[in-house]
Design a protein around this ligand. Structure first.
Ligand code: FPP
Length: 231
């Protein structure tokens, strides 16, 4: 088994709509295939040395999509959690959520709470699912938390601020993967990705599989990381 040096991999799961369009199908068809890709990658990640996997499932901007598409994405989240939680629990995966859950529909929140509670003690892969997540929104919410307790402000530094973010307790992503060829962070983990390597591939998310993940991790290994200093 080959493992690589990236502990935390973050993925912007993009290209579902285009994948469906190339098959003459409506967008939900692509989102369904996107869920299958997520299942594959969650299974493959621990064997490749990944300890934290963050996936962008629904952004604060995605509410602007047609209501039917938003509905499908919410249903898929519920379905995914219901159908996967037993197996993920057996595999010691710990499921956490990034984003402002307060605006999520009740049926999603219920499933999210169950999945998080049931897997809270697990020691394996941490799967962080970002829903109603935006990097700027997360930073604003963290600032509000800081202001809510003036004691926080006295000792506020980068590390302390990081603990007010949704990713508290998680290391920063080493590698951000963006399928479907767009070269943008799209408001994903803005603070946390300060030093992340970014890997862009034209492969659309529904076609993403273990060998693509391996390719991304291999490229990560080859890049020299300097954290702003000199080698
Ligand atoms: C972007 O593709 C993808 C999304 C907005 C949603 C990602 C969601 C999934 C993979 C499935 C749901 C996830 C869970 C956890 C159940 P796009 O529609 O913007 O594609 P396009 O850029 O080709 O139009």
């Amino acid at each position: 088994m080959t493992t690589y040096g990236a502990r935390h991999v973050a993925i912007i799961m993009d290209g579902n709509g285009r994948w469906a369009a190339t098959r003459g199908q409506p967008r939900p068809y692509g989102h369904r295939a996107g869920v299958e890709a997520l299942r594959r990658i969650v299974r493959a990640a621990p064997g490749l040395g990944v300890e934290y996997l963050s996936v962008f499932a629904f952004s604060t901007e995605n509410w602007k999509r047609p209501p039917e598409e938003v509905e499908v994405l919410m249903d898929l989240l519920v379905e995914y959690l219901r159908s996967e939680v037993d197996e993920l629990d057996r595999e010691q995966v710990k499921i956490v959520f990034l984003g402002d859950a307060r605006a999520m529909p009740e049926r999603c929140r219920r499933e999210m709470e169950t999945a998080a509670r049931r897997t809270a003690q697990n020691q394996g892969l941490v799967l962080a699912i970002a829903v109603n997540y935006g990097g700027r929104d997360e930073i604003v919410r963290a600032v509000r938390r800081a202001l809510a307790n003036p004691e926080n402000l006295k000792s506020l530094d980068e590390e302390a601020f990081g603990e007010l973010l949704d990713t508290a307790g998680m290391p920063d992503p080493d590698l951000v993967i963006r399928p479907s060829g767009e070269v943008r962070l799209s408001n994903f983990l803005l603070w946390q990705s300060a030093y992340a390597e970014i890997y862009v591939t034209p492969v659309l998310w529904p076609d993403f599989d273990e060998s693509e993940l391996r390719r991304a991790l291999e490229q990560f290994e080859q890049r020299e990381r300097r954290y702003g200093g000199h080698a």
